[in-house]
Every structure is written in structure tokens, then in C-alpha cells.
Ligand binder design. Sequence first.
Ligand code: SAM
Length: 317
Amino acid sequence: MTPPRTPASPSPILPQPIPYQGSKRRQVQVLLQYFPKDTQTLWEPFVGSGATTVGAAFSGAARRFVLSDSLAPLAGIWAMILNHPEDLVAGYTKLWQAQQADPRATYDGIRAEFNKNQDPVRLLYLLARCVKNSPRFNHEGHFNQSPDNRRLGVRPKILHMRVAAVHQLLKEKGAAFVGDYSLALARAGTGDLVYLDPPYMGVSGSRDGRYHQGLDYDRFVSELQGANHRNLSYMVSFDGRCGDRSYGPGLPDCLQLQKIELHLGRSSQATLSGRVEETVESLYLSPALRRRIDLSSSGLNSHVSHSVLRSPSDTSR
Ligand SMILES: C[S@@+](CC[C@H](N)C(=O)[O-])C[C@H]1O[C@@H](n2cnc3c(N)ncnc32)[C@H](O)[C@@H]1O
């Protein structure tokens, strides 16, 4: 029986080329502890800002990396980071400089253009400039988040350094595609690891404006069942709680996952409202992953607690 993993070491400062509120950057060190030593390819099919892929590449925790997202222009940003980083930075720089005279009008214009042409460069600019780096979509799927009028978004020089660093980490080892998470599950093999971080369930009713589409729970469970039958190693970030509020349902026992609770420290939002509340997120490990990393198999859904070191710049999602 393997004891719970040792506490995470402090996070190295990982470059984050895509400013994105749901980033898993502050959990990466913990997630890495559940990677099998012989991981061939890491698949990250809800990639967002790709914090886990970047952390894994930085640590040499897998040989290859496949990043995907069903939001086409977001997957497009990743394709540019991998294949045309200079074009991405040049395009961003042009938009960033164009806003100097009238930032608000420029933002509105770029947002309107993005909603017509779904251009990855424009999405990167909008993510960098919008409130809390947190995208919002209306019922028609249009990006409708407002700009943060106190700042102009990451400076092109800094963005250049981040993009170049991530390009360097992933070039020749990484690939990106647009698509549903089920495609990655179908393509992954038994020597791989799939990390799934889907949109939270039940945060704001059936539709969550933070993402261009919500998650179909029954289909997700059925996809994971299929992955179990194929002995896939995967881990899922899913539900969570803050104080006495729970976010989303958990994953069902029939999947035979091991649930680990990640203690993320005090919620900054609660602190702002004068309350002291801890944020806890659940991480689920698949049966094949548990066998591969020789975790304790005593008790399904047994709870292992894990604390995550918090850095001051982190935002919880
Ligand atoms: C919680 S975010 C992932 C954040 C990511 N872990 C990070 O570190 O930035 C969820 C992502 O899933 C994407 N998404 C939503 N539904 C999807 C689906 N059916 N298949 C693939 N991606 C999807 C969203 O566009 C969003 O980027």
C-alpha cells in the first residue's frame, strides 16, 4: 500500500502565455505527483490556458503533448504558439499598440471583429484586456465580457517572452487541435495520460456564460466509462467546495475513481466579504492510473487530502 504522496514542492514560475481565469497553474505541482513515470503523451482536451501541459513539459513529465479545446479560436492560439509564435506576438503587438489613443473604443471594435471572424489573435487580446481575464459568452456564443478599464493588458514584450518560452518547451513535442474532449479520449493509448478539466457543473444553471458551451454530465460519465474499459489512465478536476457551499455534483461510484481533495487555501472572494473560507477542489484518478502509479487501492472513492501552496498572484476560478 503506497502512502499518500508527499506535499508538493513550491511551484516554479511557469510562463503563462494565455491570461485565463480558470488556469490550473497553482495546482500543477500536485497534479504532477500523479503522473506515471513512463507517461508517453499527455493529452489535455479542455486545454484553456494549458497550465498543466506547460508544467508537465517544464518538468519533463511526458514525452509528447496534445492540447485541444472545442473553442476553435482558443485551440488556434495554441496552434500559433506551437507553429507560428512570431505571427501571434506580432498580431497582438499591433492590436495592443492600436488601443493607445482610445482603449475602450478599440476593445469594442476588436470584440465585434472577433465575434465575426473568430480570429485567435483577437481572442488573445480580448483575454488579456477583459475583466479578470475571464471570458463571458452570451446565448448566441458571442464574446460579451467588458474590458478592465484600469489596465491595457499584458505588454507585448512580456507576452513575447512567455510565448517564446512555451514555444521552446513544446516545439517538436506538441500538437494542438480543435475538437470535443471525446476525440482525445478516443485517440489516447494505455501508455498515455489524459488530464480533464471540464467546465464546472451547476455554477450558474444549465448554461455557464464563462464557457462557450457547458458540460453534458451523462455523456461525460459515459465517455469515462468507455475510457475505463480501454484501461486509459486519466485524471479529472471536477467538483469543489468553498466554506459550506458545494460546486457541482461529484463523479459517480460506478466509475471506480479515487477522489483526492486538494486544499487550495483561503478563498480571496470570501475574504473580501469578511468571511474566512477554504476552497477545496476534487481530483479523481482512474483505476488504470491508480494501478500504474501504485496508489493504495483500499476503498473506492477514498479521500486523500492534499494542500496546495498558494502564490499571491493566483486567482481561483
Ligand atoms: C475549466 S476550463 C480549462 C482550464 C485549464 N485547465 C487551464 O489551466 O487554463 C474548460 C475549457 O474547456 C473547454 N470546453 C468546454 N466544453 C468542451 C468540450 N466539450 N470539449 C472540449 N473542450 C471543451 C472550454 O472552452 C474551456 O477552455
